[in-house]
Design a protein around this ligand. Structure first.
Ligand SMILES: Nc1ncnc2c1ncn2[C@@H]1O[C@H](COP(=O)(O)OP(=O)(O)OP(=O)(O)O)[C@@H](O)[C@H]1O
Ligand SMILES: [Mg+2]
Length: 268
């Protein structure tokens, strides 16, 4: 059984790739065969976040166009041998992403025993993000605690809802991940509270991930921040992995709340 997860956002730069790399590593470290796919054609980054950028021979578009076999394009992670990356093309046109092609790759990954497929989408709800959602069982929508990001998130949640109504059965479960939560900004009133964000967006909360200076360091080391033992972001992301895979979580008071406590609030 394969679970496909689309990692989305309304606004750019809110942490999708950071989250996708870490959740992928976390699931893989639990022993699940996991693929992370970069849907951000032309602006790839997941290769950097996972430390695989020097080992790309073939990419997602090469596979979709029949220029490479999926097995030759998948890059095994150097820190965890159950984690694989399918990199985005840096030079090709995203129109090569077709529903038929993406569906075929996801089917092939399932046939090859992958238990989790995480799709790192570009921001917004254009072609590639729609395709990432089209085959997903779950969507993790990333937001930062500011008005611009929440407004953009509200917009894409509405688009997601109408895309779903038009194109697929209502089986996609959406979760919100609030990234870069900063207590200093909350105390000074410069950031929106989680309660205010949830009231606006009416979506289940997966996790709050704190602002953490280890994230940038992890990017430069090519090792997802989840691999850190102590950093606050790593603890939150490991808890997100536990929630996604149905394991018990390690609560961090004031930072982490499991999904479901707020009930399933459907968008109207
Ligand atoms: N919790 C965090 N604490 C501190 N910095 C963070 C955190 N999460 C992400 N960042 C930083 O934010 C920046 C953007 O992150 P990332 O590339 O993951 O966002 P993105 O949503 O994938 O962007 P894009 O929309 O361009 O694909 C990076 O420099 C990253 O280091
Ligand atoms: Mg990204």
């Amino acid at each position: 059984m394969t679970t496909t997860v689309a990692v989305l956002s309304g606004k750019g730069g809110v942490g999708k790739t950071t989250v996708c790399a870490s959740l992928g590593l976390g699931l893989a470290l639990q022993g699940h065969k996991t693929a992370v796919i970069d849907f951000d054609i032309g602006l790839r980054n997941l290769d950097l976040a996972t430390g695989s950028h020097r080992r790309i021979l073939y990419d997602f578009i090469n596979v979709l166009e029949g220029e490479a076999a999926l097995g030759d394009a998948l890059i095994r992670n150097r820190h965890c041998d159950t984690l694989y990356l399918l990199a985005a093309s840096q030079t090709r046109d995203k129109s090569a992403l077709t529903e038929e092609g993406v569906g075929r790759v996801i089917q092939q990954l399932g046939d090859a025993g992958f238990e989790y497929i995480l799709c790192d989408a570009p921001p917004g709800m254009e072609h590639a993000a729609k395709l990432a959602c089209h085959f997903a069982d779950q969507a993790i929508v990333c937001v930062t605690p500011d008005t611009a990001s929440v407004r953009a998130t509200d917009r894409i949640l509405g688009l997601l809802q109408s895309h779903r109504i038009d194109n697929q059965p209502d089986t996609l479960h959406e979760y919100l991940l609030i990234n870069r939560v900063n207590q200093f900004h909350l105390d000074s009133g410069a950031a929106l509270t989680t309660a205010a964000i949830l009231e606006t967006l009416a979506i289940d909360l997966l996790i709050e991930v704190p602002e953490c200076n280890r994230v940038a360091a992890a990017w430069s080391e090519g090792k997802p921040v989840l691999a850190d033992t102590e950093s606050a972001a790593a603890v939150a992301l490991r808890n997100a992995v536990a929630i996604l895979s149905g394991q018990p979580i390690k609560p961090v008071v004031g930072e982490v709340k499991p999904a479901g406590l707020l009930g399933r609030l459907r968008r109207r």
